[in-house]
Design a protein around this ligand. Structure first.
Ligand code: TYD
Length: 212
Protein backbone atom coordinates (compact mmCIF):
# COMPACT_ATOMS: atom_id res chain seq x y z
CA UNK A 1 0.00 0.00 0.00
CA UNK A 2 1.45 3.35 -1.06
CA UNK A 3 0.17 6.35 0.90
CA UNK A 4 1.39 9.93 0.46
CA UNK A 5 0.88 13.05 2.55
CA UNK A 6 0.77 16.44 0.87
CA UNK A 7 0.15 20.04 1.83
CA UNK A 8 1.73 23.44 2.36
CA UNK A 9 4.54 23.96 4.89
CA UNK A 10 3.58 23.42 8.49
CA UNK A 11 0.42 21.44 7.73
CA UNK A 12 1.40 18.60 10.10
CA UNK A 13 2.33 15.93 7.56
CA UNK A 14 5.09 14.32 9.58
CA UNK A 15 3.01 14.24 12.78
CA UNK A 16 0.22 12.48 10.90
CA UNK A 17 2.68 10.08 9.25
CA UNK A 18 4.10 9.08 12.63
CA UNK A 19 0.64 8.59 14.05
CA UNK A 20 -0.56 6.42 11.16
CA UNK A 21 2.67 4.41 11.12
CA UNK A 22 2.32 3.65 14.84
CA UNK A 23 -1.30 2.65 14.49
CA UNK A 24 -0.66 0.42 11.47
CA UNK A 25 2.22 -1.27 13.26
CA UNK A 26 -0.10 -2.03 16.17
CA UNK A 27 -2.22 -3.87 13.60
CA UNK A 28 0.83 -5.94 12.67
CA UNK A 29 1.68 -4.10 9.44
CA UNK A 30 5.25 -3.36 8.45
CA UNK A 31 5.53 0.34 7.66
CA UNK A 32 8.23 2.26 5.87
CA UNK A 33 7.98 5.95 6.71
CA UNK A 34 9.96 8.04 4.26
CA UNK A 35 9.98 11.51 2.73
CA UNK A 36 10.88 13.65 -0.26
CA UNK A 37 13.23 15.23 -0.84
CA UNK A 38 15.84 13.19 1.03
CA UNK A 39 14.39 9.68 1.45
CA UNK A 40 17.53 7.90 0.22
CA UNK A 41 21.27 8.42 0.55
CA UNK A 42 21.69 10.30 -2.73
CA UNK A 43 18.55 12.26 -1.90
CA UNK A 44 20.00 13.54 1.38
CA UNK A 45 22.67 15.42 -0.57
CA UNK A 46 20.07 16.64 -3.07
CA UNK A 47 17.86 17.82 -0.19
CA UNK A 48 20.70 19.92 1.22
CA UNK A 49 21.21 21.55 -2.20
CA UNK A 50 17.50 22.22 -2.65
CA UNK A 51 16.58 23.67 0.72
CA UNK A 52 19.64 25.78 1.54
CA UNK A 53 18.34 29.35 1.74
CA UNK A 54 21.80 30.72 0.94
CA UNK A 55 21.85 29.14 -2.52
CA UNK A 56 20.31 30.45 -5.74
CA UNK A 57 18.72 27.64 -7.77
CA UNK A 58 17.15 28.20 -11.19
CA UNK A 59 13.54 26.91 -11.37
CA UNK A 60 14.44 24.33 -14.03
CA UNK A 61 17.47 23.13 -12.09
CA UNK A 62 15.27 22.91 -8.98
CA UNK A 63 12.72 20.81 -10.87
CA UNK A 64 15.30 18.33 -12.14
CA UNK A 65 16.84 17.98 -8.69
CA UNK A 66 13.43 17.02 -7.24
CA UNK A 67 12.95 14.55 -10.10
CA UNK A 68 16.41 13.05 -9.62
CA UNK A 69 15.70 12.61 -5.91
CA UNK A 70 12.38 10.94 -6.74
CA UNK A 71 13.76 8.60 -9.41
CA UNK A 72 16.43 7.28 -7.03
CA UNK A 73 14.01 7.10 -4.07
CA UNK A 74 11.40 5.10 -6.02
CA UNK A 75 13.94 2.65 -7.39
CA UNK A 76 16.02 2.18 -4.25
CA UNK A 77 13.46 2.47 -1.43
CA UNK A 78 9.78 2.64 -2.41
CA UNK A 79 9.40 -0.11 -5.03
CA UNK A 80 11.41 -2.67 -3.05
CA UNK A 81 9.31 -1.99 0.08
CA UNK A 82 6.05 -2.32 -1.88
CA UNK A 83 7.44 -5.51 -3.39
CA UNK A 84 7.92 -6.90 0.13
CA UNK A 85 4.26 -6.14 0.82
CA UNK A 86 4.95 -3.27 3.22
CA UNK A 87 2.99 -0.07 3.73
CA UNK A 88 4.93 2.93 2.44
CA UNK A 89 4.03 6.29 3.94
CA UNK A 90 5.77 9.09 2.07
CA UNK A 91 5.86 12.66 3.29
CA UNK A 92 5.51 14.57 -0.06
CA UNK A 93 5.77 13.00 -3.51
CA UNK A 94 5.02 13.91 -7.12
CA UNK A 95 1.94 16.03 -6.31
CA UNK A 96 4.29 18.43 -4.50
CA UNK A 97 6.15 19.02 -7.76
CA UNK A 98 2.90 19.82 -9.53
CA UNK A 99 1.82 22.20 -6.73
CA UNK A 100 5.19 23.93 -6.10
CA UNK A 101 6.95 23.89 -9.47
CA UNK A 102 3.64 23.95 -11.39
CA UNK A 103 1.21 26.25 -9.57
CA UNK A 104 3.94 27.96 -7.51
CA UNK A 105 6.60 28.58 -10.17
CA UNK A 106 4.27 28.58 -13.18
CA UNK A 107 5.47 25.47 -15.05
CA UNK A 108 3.02 23.55 -17.22
CA UNK A 109 1.27 20.88 -15.17
CA UNK A 110 0.71 18.40 -18.05
CA UNK A 111 4.42 18.50 -18.80
CA UNK A 112 5.20 18.01 -15.08
CA UNK A 113 2.82 15.05 -15.00
CA UNK A 114 4.73 13.43 -17.89
CA UNK A 115 8.11 14.11 -16.26
CA UNK A 116 6.86 12.55 -13.04
CA UNK A 117 5.54 9.53 -14.93
CA UNK A 118 8.98 9.12 -16.38
CA UNK A 119 10.89 9.66 -13.12
CA UNK A 120 8.72 7.22 -11.18
CA UNK A 121 8.16 4.64 -13.90
CA UNK A 122 4.44 5.43 -13.55
CA UNK A 123 4.22 4.76 -9.81
CA UNK A 124 1.41 6.82 -8.25
CA UNK A 125 0.06 6.45 -4.69
CA UNK A 126 -2.97 4.33 -3.79
CA UNK A 127 -4.18 7.11 -1.52
CA UNK A 128 -3.11 10.70 -0.83
CA UNK A 129 -4.06 12.82 2.16
CA UNK A 130 -4.01 16.55 1.45
CA UNK A 131 -3.58 18.39 4.73
CA UNK A 132 -5.22 21.65 3.84
CA UNK A 133 -4.98 24.88 5.79
CA UNK A 134 -4.59 28.61 5.09
CA UNK A 135 -1.04 29.25 3.93
CA UNK A 136 -0.50 32.02 6.53
CA UNK A 137 -1.15 29.58 9.33
CA UNK A 138 1.06 26.85 7.89
CA UNK A 139 3.91 29.21 7.22
CA UNK A 140 3.73 30.60 10.72
CA UNK A 141 3.94 27.07 12.16
CA UNK A 142 6.83 26.11 9.84
CA UNK A 143 8.84 29.23 10.67
CA UNK A 144 8.35 28.62 14.39
CA UNK A 145 9.47 25.00 13.98
CA UNK A 146 12.55 26.03 11.96
CA UNK A 147 13.51 28.68 14.52
CA UNK A 148 13.17 26.17 17.38
CA UNK A 149 15.22 23.51 15.63
CA UNK A 150 17.76 25.95 14.13
CA UNK A 151 16.84 24.76 10.62
CA UNK A 152 15.90 28.21 9.31
CA UNK A 153 19.20 28.84 7.52
CA UNK A 154 19.91 25.38 6.16
CA UNK A 155 16.38 24.40 5.15
CA UNK A 156 14.48 27.65 4.75
CA UNK A 157 14.55 28.36 1.00
CA UNK A 158 10.87 27.59 0.40
CA UNK A 159 9.66 29.16 3.66
CA UNK A 160 11.36 32.36 2.45
CA UNK A 161 9.07 32.51 -0.61
CA UNK A 162 6.27 35.11 -0.63
CA UNK A 163 2.84 34.48 0.80
CA UNK A 164 1.47 34.80 -2.77
CA UNK A 165 3.68 31.85 -3.79
CA UNK A 166 2.35 29.71 -0.93
CA UNK A 167 -1.19 30.75 -1.81
CA UNK A 168 -0.69 29.48 -5.38
CA UNK A 169 0.77 26.23 -4.00
CA UNK A 170 -2.27 25.67 -1.80
CA UNK A 171 -4.61 26.30 -4.74
CA UNK A 172 -2.48 23.95 -6.83
CA UNK A 173 -2.97 21.16 -4.31
CA UNK A 174 -6.72 21.78 -4.16
CA UNK A 175 -6.95 21.67 -7.98
CA UNK A 176 -5.02 18.41 -7.96
CA UNK A 177 -7.43 16.93 -5.39
CA UNK A 178 -10.35 17.97 -7.57
CA UNK A 179 -8.76 16.36 -10.64
CA UNK A 180 -8.13 13.04 -8.82
CA UNK A 181 -11.03 12.72 -6.36
CA UNK A 182 -10.71 8.96 -5.93
CA UNK A 183 -7.08 9.08 -4.82
CA UNK A 184 -7.17 12.34 -2.84
CA UNK A 185 -8.72 12.93 0.56
CA UNK A 186 -8.73 16.47 1.88
CA UNK A 187 -8.23 16.83 5.64
CA UNK A 188 -8.74 20.05 7.59
CA UNK A 189 -5.24 20.59 8.97
CA UNK A 190 -6.26 23.55 11.11
CA UNK A 191 -7.93 21.08 13.51
CA UNK A 192 -5.98 19.58 16.46
CA UNK A 193 -3.60 16.77 15.35
CA UNK A 194 -5.71 14.07 17.11
CA UNK A 195 -8.77 15.02 15.06
CA UNK A 196 -6.79 15.07 11.81
CA UNK A 197 -5.39 11.62 12.65
CA UNK A 198 -8.82 10.23 13.45
CA UNK A 199 -10.25 11.54 10.18
CA UNK A 200 -7.36 9.99 8.23
CA UNK A 201 -7.78 6.63 9.97
CA UNK A 202 -11.51 6.62 9.20
CA UNK A 203 -10.76 7.30 5.55
CA UNK A 204 -8.43 4.29 5.42
CA UNK A 205 -11.27 2.16 6.79
CA UNK A 206 -13.80 3.68 4.42
CA UNK A 207 -11.56 2.86 1.44
CA UNK A 208 -11.20 -0.71 2.69
CA UNK A 209 -7.42 -0.42 3.11
CA UNK A 210 -7.74 -1.56 6.72
CA UNK A 211 -10.49 -3.26 8.67
CA UNK A 212 -12.64 -1.15 10.96
P1 TYD B 1 10.14 19.75 3.81
O1 TYD B 1 10.93 20.18 4.97
O2 TYD B 1 10.15 18.33 3.47
O3 TYD B 1 8.64 20.21 3.86
P2 TYD B 1 7.81 20.71 5.11
O4 TYD B 1 8.33 22.11 5.39
O5 TYD B 1 6.42 20.70 4.64
O6 TYD B 1 8.09 19.75 6.21
O7 TYD B 1 10.69 20.64 2.60
C1 TYD B 1 10.51 20.33 1.33
C2 TYD B 1 10.29 21.61 0.55
O8 TYD B 1 10.45 21.30 -0.82
C3 TYD B 1 8.88 22.13 0.74
O9 TYD B 1 8.94 23.52 0.84
C4 TYD B 1 8.20 21.77 -0.55
C5 TYD B 1 9.31 21.67 -1.54
N1 TYD B 1 9.08 20.68 -2.61
C6 TYD B 1 8.93 21.10 -3.93
O10 TYD B 1 8.99 22.30 -4.21
N2 TYD B 1 8.77 20.18 -4.91
C7 TYD B 1 8.75 18.84 -4.66
O11 TYD B 1 8.60 18.01 -5.59
C8 TYD B 1 8.90 18.40 -3.29
C9 TYD B 1 8.90 16.94 -2.96
C10 TYD B 1 9.06 19.36 -2.30
Amino acid sequence: MFLTLEGVEGSGKSTLAQHLAGRLEQRGKTVLHTREPGGCLLGRDIRALLLDSGRAVEPRAELYLFLADRAQHVEEIIRPALGRGEWVICDRYADSTIAYQGAGRGMNSDWLQRLNDDATGGLWPDITFLLDLPEELGLERALRRNAESGLGKTEGRFEAETLAFHHRVRQGFLARAEAFPRRFNILDASLPPENVAEAAWNELIRHGFIEG
